[in-house]
Design a protein around this ligand. Sequence first.
Ligand code: ZN
Length: 296
Amino acid sequence: MPEPEPRRGARSTVVPLLPRVAASDRAEAGDRLPYLTGLADGVFAYTEPNRGGTPYSAGVVAGPDGVTVIGAAVPEARARMLAGAVEALDAGPVRTVVSTHDCGGHPFGSAAFPGAAVIAHTLARAGRDTGAALPSVTFDDRLTVHCGERRIELLYCGPAHTAHDVAAWLPGDGLLFAGGVVSHGTAPSAVLGSVEGMLRAVGTLRGLGARTVVCGHGRVCGPEAFDETEAYLRWIQSVALKGWSQELTPLQAARAADPGDFRRLSAGPERTVGNLRRAYAELDGEVLGEPLDARR
Ligand SMILES: [Zn+2]
């Protein structure tokens, strides 16, 4: 496994997880295994370097009474890998799972964290059938999770990457777990949320003054991820405005556009059309975050 780049303030960069990934889950890990990056005393980023061609990161915060996990809802096998990583820390049971968003229609992997409270935005429960794993605690705007002396401030940021994005801010550590709102090295996706809403959310999160940012879709990085996400979304808006004015379809607009530097972002080509569809809906004056009209 290549050494991940150490971040400013990292205490111990890598906790090896190879023995903790069950053989039955190895296929889920793809060709590169997950690792933990120490960010502050008891705070880690858990990163799967190659999840469908893009990295995925979650947060692990250890306190005196157990562990809080912060991340997107993922399928059960991936949640088990994450649970294995937490076990490797020997920091006690997972008491709380914060779901930053659900971009894949997955349940909350709660079987991997038995007994943990699952916290999500109110909209994450709406419309789900009660047979699915549902969040047990929901909130509308803000909620603080206390992990020992550490405060984890949960902020609703939607609609952005999805309708119900949540970011987790650790003010005492200058650390932000940005969920799906901020991307790094991979193209942001607003098809389930809002391009304009994501720009607003990035602005709000930038204002927190984080020194370290953990992107749900990306690796551990710094505040440069705000610029990267914002520049991409502004590009999408400019391509959309041009195509919409010329009455091109989003697909035609995508084909006519020059991605320039954004070519280096993983998942870029496949996300452009979806993001443009979302930006077109916003140019049409539709309510931000409303489900897209399937006919377009
Ligand atoms: Zn996502």
